[in-house]
Ligand binder design. Structure first.
Ligand code: GLA
Length: 406
């Protein structure tokens, strides 16, 4: 249901979500005292095609999911800013005029980075302080882009509460700069675009070379988006991610000698790679091969989707996983087990790890009706192999960041 309150879109959620928002608002009051907050939601995302292509200028095909960050906000009469969350013990408390300019190494760096970005674009003395409680129903650190969800959601909340009128693209840019420049992750552009530009019932086609976008309709009425969490979390995942970014950069420098007009690894032709393989050495050659072939797979997957051949789309996802496992080396035995088992279940169109890898989640496309069988088979295989449970859930595509009625 959609309401118009002044210039703000406020949506009332039904059912379980409404209960979760109400609980989040109560928690806000417990932490910050009486008085209702305004509340915002920003989704997470899964990426279906174009793995590790965003920072190589290639195309990606993410979809926002109906799990995300809840942000309850209430303006203060003074210029103090406080952040707390329901998912971590650390908080943040500072004056708007004395915000830290170095990161603390906690989750608070993400909203703080956005706060600094947003303030840089307005006369700072025009705005008042805030109390903010973060929470939600998105697993943090599982490759579902909890960080972009927090950042884009923060940009929306600040824009609305302070009446700044930032449009979706300005919010995406603030989130991206916060993560890159303040938090210091060398991420590509995919995650904030996927979260910030989501539309109902669609995948986002994002060409990361020219940043052009197109919303591609996807048949979510007949195909479910299942996500299986391997439970694996790597402390060093951010460092490993940066290592892959660096390897791709080094591979590109060498390949560009052969093809000087290439502006990023996405532009490099398979023939160029073949000609320079020995100069790259085996490791960089594997990384470049993944990127170059993944570009072709993403284009083929898009064509399959537009031609109404979802099985062709799914087949590319499963090939992408094999390449991530063998050439890009970002999978792990737990993710391989989930993907390989899923591929044997009736109705499954395709499966692959999502996000950066090194643990986290596998995303599986399955024809509606097959979800219970998929869950049973994954649970059984995972338990037999790792003596652990794999959490399998079915998500819906989400319509993007919004204010919600509490
Ligand atoms: C992480 C990064 C994204 C993207 C993916 C891999 O999620 O944040 O920018 O590079 O890995 O596709």
């Amino acid at each position: 249901m959609l309401y118009l309150v002044g210039e703000t879109r406020v949506e009332r959620e039904e059912g379980e979500l409404a209960t979760l928002y109400a609980e989040h608002a109560r928690e806000f009051v417990r932490r910050f005292g009486p008085g209702p907050p305004r509340q915002f939601f920003a989704p997470g995302r899964v990426n279906l095609m174009g793995a590790h292509l965003d920072y190589n200028g290639g195309p990606v095909m993410p979809v926002a999911i109906d799990r995300g960050t809840f942000i309850a906000v209430r303006p203060r009469a003074d210029r103090r800013v406080r952040f707390a969350s329901t998912f971590a013990s650390e908080g943040f408390d500072a004056d708007l005029d004395g915000l830290p300019d170095v990161r603390a190494g906690t989750w608070c760096d993400y909203p703080l980075g956005v706060l600094r970005e947003v303030l840089a674009g307005v006369a700072g003395d025009r705005v008042e302080g805030l109390d903010v409680l973060f929470g939600g129903n998105l697993t943090v650190g599982a490759g579902l882009s909890s960080s972009a969800s927090i950042c884009v959601g923060t940009a929306l909340a600040l824009s609305e509460v302070w009446g700044l009128g930032l449009d979706a693209m300005l919010r995406v840019r603030a989130a991206l700069r916060a993560e890159r420049d303040f938090v210091g992750v060398r991420c590509g552009i995919m995650d904030p675009f996927a979260v910030g530009l989501a539309r109902p019932g669609s995948l986002l086609w994002l060409d990361c070379k020219d940043e052009s976008t197109r919303h591609l309709p996807f048949d979510f009425d007949h195909i479910s988006l299942a996500v299986a969490d391997s439970g694996v979390r790597r402390e060093l995942a951010a460092g490993l991610f940066n290592e892959r970014v660096d390897e791709c950069r080094r591979a590109f420098e060498i390949l560009r000698e052969e093809q000087p007009d290439a502006t990023c690894l996405r532009d490099v032709f398979p023939d160029t790679l073949a000609a320079r393989r020995s100069a790259l050495g085996p490791l960089l050659a594997r990384r470049a091969q993944h990127v170059i072939e993944e570009v072709g797979r993403a284009l083929a997957a898009r064509d399959a989707l537009l031609d109404g051949r979802p099985a062709g789309f799914g087949a590319r996802m499963t090939s992408a996983h094999e390449s991530l496992r063998d050439l890009f080396e970002v999978s792990c035995p737990e993710l391989d087990c989930l993907v390989e088992t899923a591929a044997t279940v009736d109705g499954v169109l395709g499966a692959r790890l999502t996000g950066a890898g090194f643990g986290g989640c596998a995303v599986i496309l399955i024809r509606r009706g097959g979800e219970a069988e998929l869950n049973a088979r994954l649970t059984e295989a995972f338990r037999a192999r790792f003596a652990q449970e794999a959490a399998v859930e079915v998500y819906s595509a989400d319509r993007g960041p919004r204010e919600v009625e509490v």
